[in-house]
Structures are given as C-alpha cells and as structure tokens.
Ligand binder design. Sequence first.
Ligand code: CP
Length: 315
Amino acid sequence: MKHLLSINDLSKESALDLLNLAVEMQQVNTRDIKKLPALTGRTVANLFFEDSTRTRISFELAARRLSADVINFSAKGSSVSKGESLKDTVQTLEAMGVEALIVRHNHSGAVNTIANSDWSKAVVINAGDGTHEHPTQALLDSLTIRQRVSGLENKGDLSGLRILIVGDILHSRVARSNLLLLRKLGATAAVSAPPTLIPSTIANYCDEVYFDLDEALSNKFDVVMMLRIQSERMNSAFMPNSSEYSFGWGLGDTRFSKLSKDTLIMHPGPMNRGLEISSKAADSEQSAILDQVTNGVAVRMAVLYKLLAQEKKND
Ligand code: CP
C-alpha cells in the first residue's frame, strides 16, 4: 500500500494491523518522552484546503512524535488565493523535498487526483475529501469502539457489535468510511436519518436503515455515533429547521436518559451542541468523544509509520 485514500485500500488484516500498531503508539504516548526516531530526517506536509482542528493538529503531533519535520500548509493565506493550481501547489512542496502529503480538500476525489497524477512521488494520505472519505477517522473510531466496548486487551475485530450512525449521512465522509470499515471488521452497521439525508445507494454499504430514530434506538445498539449537520455542504432545504431536526434526530436529554447505560456515545466533532447532541450526552461518562480525539494521534502515528517507515524498510 503506497497511499491511504479510502478504507477500500485496506484488507481486514491490514486494518487490524494498523489498529494494533496504534495500540503500540498509545503506549509511546503515555511515556515521559513521547517520541520515536522512526521518521528522523523525513518531511511531511499537512496540505489543508478546508478547515480542521482535530485532524490537522493530530497529524502534526503524530508526525512530530515520529521525529519527522512538518510543514503546515493551509489554502487560506497561501498563493492559492492568487490563483495557484493544485498541481503547482503539490509540485512546489515536492520541490522542497516533502515525502508525504496529508491532504484535506472540499472536493471529493481531489486527493485521488493527486495520488494518481505524476505531479509528485510523495505518499498521499486522505485527511477528508468532500463527501467522499475520511479513512483515518474511521480507524480511530474503530479503535475507540474496540477499546471502550470490548476492552483494552481485545486485539481482534468488531464481530457481534451493533453500531448506529445518526444524522447527516448524505454529506458525511465520516459515515462512508465508518460504514466500510465497521462492516469489514464484522460489526453490524446501521444508519438513522431523515430520508432527505440518506443517499439512495445506502443499501449497498449498510445493514439496517431507520427513518425513525426512536424506532432505531429501541433495537439496542452498542454504539450510537452522532454526526454533525454539515450546513456548509447543503445547497437546498434538507430539513424544515434546526429545532425540528433536533426534536426528530438529535440525541437530546430525553433520548439520552432512555438509552441503556452501557451504550457508548460517539461524535467525530466538531459538534453542534444543542442541535445533534445535548451537552448532557456529550459530556457524560458514556461519551467517548474525547477518547476519539486522543486515539486520533496514535492512529495517525500508525498510518505514518506504516506508509513511511515500514515501506522504506521493505524497499
Ligand atoms: N473529525 C474531524 O475531521 O474534525 P476536524 O474537522 O476538526 O479535523
């Protein structure tokens, strides 16, 4: 595997390898000196054409913990505003010796375009492209589910677990990557959302679909993963208004109080508190939202190690 563009790039075995390598990276992250020499002398670039807090910072931290030099490029404030093309931006970084491009872009497929071009020899990692995929988010979510639901000792798959993803499935690259990975790892993956926010092809990559959230929640799930309403990607009225969405589809205080105490609550962030999730639910002991953020660093260390350090050893 040269790049990580999609969960489809991973077999079940290679996904489990990455999760188990991430567990080793978690151990590094609990030491006094949180550093490995694996990428000393190597340069990676965060190439972000769309805003990010968690993904950009955790990739930067992951690369630094592996001793790489890190360049942070964001389209805002760069020569992109003067009309510089994607190709010229990539080639400019290549000319400075960048060996890995961690790319977030608002257009689905832009990351594949870079990886499949002859613009650069760099390793390309998808940090979220449009409504397409966000593979490292799915990996960190599966690691979080495995550790919080099945226990820290579990090094296997997610067989027997039931995961419900709720909300704006249509615009969510997180949902797409998660559905692919959860099923690859043997879990039952379900979605719940208003019909306007579910893609017509959902049956191809999901086990159960619920248009009624309360009906879905009556079918016991181990994990309920809430999604952000992606207003910036909505160019028409996908829901009547935010209070109606919240009443029908939000994990508010009333729905949260009816959930079994062992149901894990997740959200990839950033959250719209009060719209798709209440503060009581998000800040509860059942919530794994901050674990997801913590695990993001270890998972991204594992991905960078695998693609840059291990591949070099295999050359
Ligand atoms: N989950 C996620 O991708 O968050 P950011 O947009 O903050 O990176």
